[in-house]
Design a protein. Structure first.
Length: 256
């Protein structure tokens, strides 16, 4: 059974000036299997951020359904969706979204505090994820005292500490240098290999090459997909670069 089902999702916005309708997503339909690592790529304005917001239970589709383990969470009331997000989904953001007045440890603990877990359980889980991500020695520091790469690993720890069914990453390497980006992507790959299902939106060909499947969004629809299969990461990166070239010139994938 697919962990995520996206059934013919369409999203229409009305502009503030004049109330004109803008179709951000036209007819998006796909599934994600448990343990899969999926990257979504597309040019600015392609609809990928709108799609991520809907998948992450931050927005509702105009038409269509989104289900996690068979439950359509797009029909939930706002307060119910907030609970659903907290109990089922993890998030990694480009700008980290850490609280500067909280220590690294307390930032990581936040989802567990909201879930009402005991202090002993929280401490144990923090130690495990901090060791896993190589930030155990930073727990008493504050976000302004650590590097960008360390902030993002803290954000990853916070996202996975509650063992979410789905982990969503929005341009997770966008604010990092190349070395920190590589380290983070290797960590995400390792987390995925341990069973975590990941869906990542990215502009980066290199970041996408760490995924099992790459979906290309164009004009609010899935334009093309690539599957890793038995390809090396280098070979997959070449295929991604070719597909991005086709996407940018507006041609058909069969032309490449």
């Amino acid at each position: 059974m697919a962990i995520l089902e996206v059934n013919h999702v369409k999203k229409i916005y009305k502009t503030r000036m004049g109330g004109e309708e803008v179709t951000a997503l036209r007819d998006v339909h796909f599934t994600v299997e448990p343990g899969e690592f999926v990257a979504i790529m597309g040019e600015s304005g392609s609809g990928k951020t709108t799609l991520l917001n809907i998948l992450a239970c931050l927005d509702r589709p105009t038409v269509g359904k989104v289900l996690i383990e068979g439950k359509d969470y797009t029909t939930l009331k706002d307060n119910e969706r907030a609970v659903f997000r907290r109990e089922n989904l993890g998030f990694i953001f480009q700008d980290f979204n850490l609280l500067d007045n909280f220590s690294i440890e307390d930032n990581i603990k936040l989802p567990l505090v909201l879930a009402g877990e005991s202090p002993d359980d929280m401490d144990k889980k923090v130690r495990i994820v901090a060791e896993q991500l190589g930030i155990a020695e930073l727990l008493k520091k504050y976000p302004y005292e650590v590097s960008g790469g360390q902030k993002q690993r803290t954000a990853v720890a916070r996202a996975i500490i509650s063992d979410p069914k789905m982990l969503f990453a929005d341009e997770p390497t966008g604010a990092l240098d190349s070395k920190s980006s590589t380290n983070l992507l290797k960590q995400l790959r390792k987390i995925n290999e341990n069973g975590q299902t990941i869906l990542m939106v990215t502009h980066s060909n290199v970041a996408a090459s760490y995924a099992d499947r790459i979906m290309f969004i164009k004009d609010g629809e899935v334009f093309h997909q690539l599957y890793r299969g038995t390809m090396t990461r280098a070979k997959l990166l070449d295929k991604i670069c070719d597909s991005v070239t086709v996407l940018m010139r507006g041609g058909d994938e069969s032309e490449s």
